[in-house]
Every structure is written in structure tokens, then in C-alpha cells.
Design a protein around this ligand. Structure first.
Ligand SMILES: NC(=O)c1ccc[n+]([C@@H]2O[C@H](COP(=O)([O-])OP(=O)(O)OC[C@H]3O[C@@H](n4cnc5c(N)ncnc54)[C@H](OP(=O)(O)O)[C@@H]3O)[C@@H](O)[C@H]2O)c1
Length: 349
């Protein structure tokens, strides 16, 4: 990160989870200027320790005391835990960067991907929301297309890895794959149906409109981040038996002409995107190649033959990094670099 002298006290709520572990990795890789570090999880993790930069930290349960003196809370313990503890942490003087769905659509809470709408952080009130993992990688690609040619409509189908559902989901895919290969039964517990050698068009619960909640998160969050409240967006979200990295088939209708070549050039000029697009040489991104990496990868850019001004794209990114940990740490870095780390204790009373 840019040279920031100040050290900040950081707490990770959900430190033992899949996103929590990735947060620790990203903080170390980016040499984030940590003063004190507190690692929080449930009572299940009591008496365990986590090693960070060679030092062992005890895992403690969240409480007002655990947040006292903390500047930034990186929260990844799920929606209900965030609803319960984020206001408590803000009351203790911390800024909370929340990975859950708890606050994303609240009008006073900025929903941020820093390279797309970092300016929205200027007015935060202590809680900042990280988008859903599928939305995060999508908006990084949509933003330059919109600035260049105007988005008229967006159609997305997602191919989401099991790590998007947490550590138990990864275990289920691994154990079920082993069971199926050895002709043993392993009924699903985390997923609705067998995920090994299968795919499931059902992520989060079904809503009255026939969409899943996951699909409507992509619709609503994309509109909020791009500040295009009327943008027509539709999504089908599918869980696939991939461990890490989400893929998306994206179709955009544009206001003004943009050739596939122009789109390739435009997207390649974004510091957050790598264009891998030479199918004749077998060059296009896949989840395995995106895993552990920081760019959003785009390939298969082509004219949509069913529409005058349409493009089809294939977008792949590491959901644990782009869709969660890296985005959260980039928000924290933005707060530091722009002197936006404010205290809101007692602000609401
Ligand atoms: N995975 C992704 O790609 C992704 C992307 C964007 C957002 N998110 C969001 O990030 C959050 C975490 O996801 P994850 O994939 O890391 O899940 P996970 O692997 O299941 O981890 C959940 C974490 O929450 C902790 N936790 C559970 N109940 C708690 C309680 N009562 N008090 C304190 N801590 C508690 C767990 O602690 P124990 O180990 O002690 O149980 C664990 O550290 C979710 O809201 C998810 O929607 C995930």
C-alpha cells in the first residue's frame, strides 16, 4: 500500500473462517500497517490460536471489550453476527468493513469496490459494506464499459465455487467427491443437493419473484455501486463443483458502439483487469488460473450476434480475494490514505 506512517489496531471478526484466513494472508502480503491485532470467532474456537507473521494470537469471542481500542474491524462471521456486533464495534470507536449482506442496501452505508466507487467512502458513518463476491468482480468490468459506451442492459450467469459458502462447503465438496469415487453415499448437508460431479442453480433462498436472494443481490448491488438505480440487470446464479474462484458469463447491451477489439483495449488498460483473450491459442481464464491472484480476468470478448450493440464476456476472479478479503483490505487502505478513519462512538445517540 502507499506509504502510510500510522499503525492501526485491527480486529478480524470470523478469523477462523475461510474469508478470515484470506484476510490474514492479504494483510500480510500487503504489509498492512497493523498495530494491535485481535482475532475473534465463536465459542467453538475458544482455546485455539492463529499464527500471523510468526506470532501466535489467541482466538477470543466478540464483546464490547474485545472491540475497545480497535480502529478497524474486518467482519466476516455472517449476517446475523454482523448485525449484532458491528454497531457495538462502532460504539467502541471502530470502523467496520463488513463482508456480510447485513448492511449492503442500507442507504447510509457505502457499498464499495474502491477502484469503482471509492469516493463513496467519504461519507461513511462507521459501517462500510463489501459487496457480494459475484457483484465485486462484475462491477470492475462493467464500470469501464459504462464510462466508454453506456450500459443499457446486463445479463449475468454465474458459476460460483463452493468456497463462496465457507469452509464447511469446501469440506463437503472434497469429502463427497471422495465418497462418490468410492461408491459410498454422502448426503448433502451444506448444499441443497449433491455438489460433487453436479451443479446447483440455487444459492441462498428462493424469493417470491422466482429469483434467489443471491441473484437479487447481484442486481441490487450492481445498481448501487455503479449509481445506476434503473439499470436493467438480470442474473442466474449457479453453484459449481470448483473449490475457489467464481466465473461469470456476462452479456451487455450498450448505448454506443464498442467493438470487441475496443473493449479488449479498454479493459486491458484498467489496473484491476487482465485480458486473456486469444481463444485460437487456448488463451482464456479459468478458475484454477485465477485462484490466489489479484486481477479480475476477462476473456472470450465477442460481439453478441443477437443484438446490434451487444458484447459477450467471460469474467473470472478469486472470490475469496476480489469478492471479500482483498476488497476489504483495499477499503481499509483507502480509508487510511484519504484520512477517513473516523470515530463514530455515541454518534447515533
Ligand atoms: N466465502 C466468500 O467467498 C465470501 C465472499 C464475500 C462475502 N462472504 C461473507 O463472509 C462471511 C464469512 O464467510 P466465510 O466463507 O468465511 O464463512 P466460514 O468459513 O463459514 O467462517 C465463518 C466464520 O464466522 C465465525 N462465527 C460463526 N458464528 C460466530 C459467532 N457466534 N461469533 C463469532 N464468530 C462466529 C466462525 O467461527 P468458528 O470457526 O468459531 O465457527 C468463522 O470464523 C459471510 O457473511 C459470507 O457471506 C464470503
Amino acid at each position: 500500500m502507499a506509504n502510510v506512517e500510522k499503525k492501526v489496531n485491527v480486529a478480524i471478526l470470523g478469523a477462523t473462517g475461510r474469508v478470515g484466513q484470506e484476510l490474514l494472508l492479504v494483510l500480510e502480503q500487503r504489509n498492512f500497517p497493523i498495530g494491535e491485532l485481535r482475532l475473534l470467532a465463536s465459542a467453538r474456537s475458544k482455546d485455539t490460536t492463529i499464527t500471523f507473521k510468526g506470532k501466535q494470537y489467541p482466538v477470543i469471542e466478540p464483546s464490547a471489550e474485545a472491540f475497545a481500542g480497535i480502529d478497524i474491524v474486518l467482519a466476516s462471521a455472517g449476517e446475523e453476527i454482523s448485525k449484532k456486533f458491528a454497531p457495538m464495534a462502532v460504539e467502541q470507536g471502530a470502523c467496520v468493513i463488513d463482508n456480510s449482506n447485513a448492511f449492503r442496501m442500507e442507504p447510509t452505508v457505502p457499498l464499495v469496490v474502491p477502484e469503482v466507487n471509492g469516493a463513496a467512502l467519504a461519507n461513511h458513518k462507521g459501517i462500510i459494506a463489501n459487496p457480494n463476491c459475484s457483484t465485486a468482480q462484475l462491477v470492475v468490468v462493467l464500470k469501464p464499459l459504462h464510462d466508454a459506451a453506456g450500459l443499457k442492459r446486463v445479463i449475468v450467469s454465474t458459476y460460483q465455487s463452493v468456497s463462496g459458502a465457507g469452509k464447511e462447503a469446501i469440506d463437503e465438496l472434497e469429502m463427497q467427491t471422495h465418497s462418490v469415487l468410492h461408491e459410498k453415499e454422502m448426503p448433502p448437508q451444506v448444499f441443497q443437493k449433491q455438489i460433487a460431479f453436479n451443479l446447483i442453480p440455487h444459492i441462498d433462498k428462493f424469493l417470491d419473484n422466482g429469483y434467489t436472494k443471491e441473484e437479487m443481490k447481484v442486481v441490487d448491488e450492481t445498481r448501487k455501486i455503479l449509481d445506476l438505480p434503473e439499470l436493467p440487470v438480470t442474473c442466474t446464479a449457479v453453484r459449481v463443483p470448483v473449490v475457489i474462484s467464481h466465473s461469470e458469463s456476462v452479456t451487455v447491451d450498450l448505448e454506443r458502439p464498442l467493438s470487441p477489439g475496443q473493449a479488449r483495449e479498454l479493459l486491458a488498460s484498467s489496473p484491476s483487469i487482465e485480458v486473456w483473450d486469444d481463444p485460437s491459442k487456448g488463451i482464456y481464464p479459468t478458475p484454477i488460473e485465477a485462484t490466489g491472484q489479484d486481477p479480475v480476468y476477462v476473456g472470450r470478448i465477442r460481439h453478441d450476434t443477437s443484438s446490434a450493440q451487444g458484447l459477450n464476456l467471460w469474467v473470472v476472479a478469486d472470490n475469496l480475494r476480489i469478492g471479500a478479503a482483498l476488497n476489504a483490505v483495499r477499503i481499509a487502505e483507502y480509508l487510511l490514505e484519504h484520512n477517513l478513519l473516523k470515530k463514530f462512538a455515541h454518534a447515533g445517540s
